[in-house]
Design a binder for this molecule. Sequence first.
Ligand SMILES: [Zn+2]
Length: 275
Amino acid sequence: MPEGDTIFRAARTLHRALAGQTVTRFETQLAHLARTDTDTPIAGRTVDSVEATGKWIHMRFSGDLTLVTHMLMSGSWHIYRPGEPWKVGRHRMRAVVHTAPFVAVAFDVPIAEFHTADTLRRHRSVTRLGPDVLAAGFDAEAAAARIAMRPDLEIGVALLDQSLIAGIGNVFKSEVSFAAGVNPFRMVASLSASELQALMINARRLLLANVTDNSGDGIVTYFGLRRTTGRSDPSENLWVYGRGGEPCRKCGSPIQYRKQKPDARGTYWCARCQF
Ligand SMILES: [Zn+2]
């Protein structure tokens, strides 16, 4: 699943490529998008901005129209020069925005919708989003308080609930829990306000570090001495995620792995470093 930082980066790249450009052509394989395009053509509009909100990408066009795409498990946006071959098969294309300098292609996006400012305000999934970890005004204390409203959840489940906190995916769930020293299977009810805030502060720190890391799209949360610029081996970049049975980078005891209900998402943690 793309993490918030990946989506944030994708939106920023799209914004740099497309903002201010005029759409020369719009293509889609989705009937409901095609219908909007027929009624109110996308071609001729200007791309005003592209922004990430949690796991959603909002591509705003002039004339009060926004293309909202959700990245979920497999969705992605690619940017190509006109005529450049795509890296993904055309059958996986859902929407294409053509401009003179760039072509933006959405592949496999499970949700793609056009909205006006008015329908966007009423769009439940968007309005139900929790505070965005990467937002400029992110308030760790307020975010912690929002998570505390669900004492019945395990914290590893709460961290993935986009209506509580937006932007954390399965990899960062484990990494953030490790960084905060919190066992991801603890109930939210058992966590102190300072533990919840530590989780929020670490979530922002780790995701922000990845957004500002220009080295590529790899997820890098481990800043140990052995990491050198350009080193992309994922086995050296993460604290616990994907490292079941391997020694903890802090204490050496084996990293634990268990699927976490209700969605059976893989969870990694160190039983000695996380309480
Ligand atoms: Zn450890």
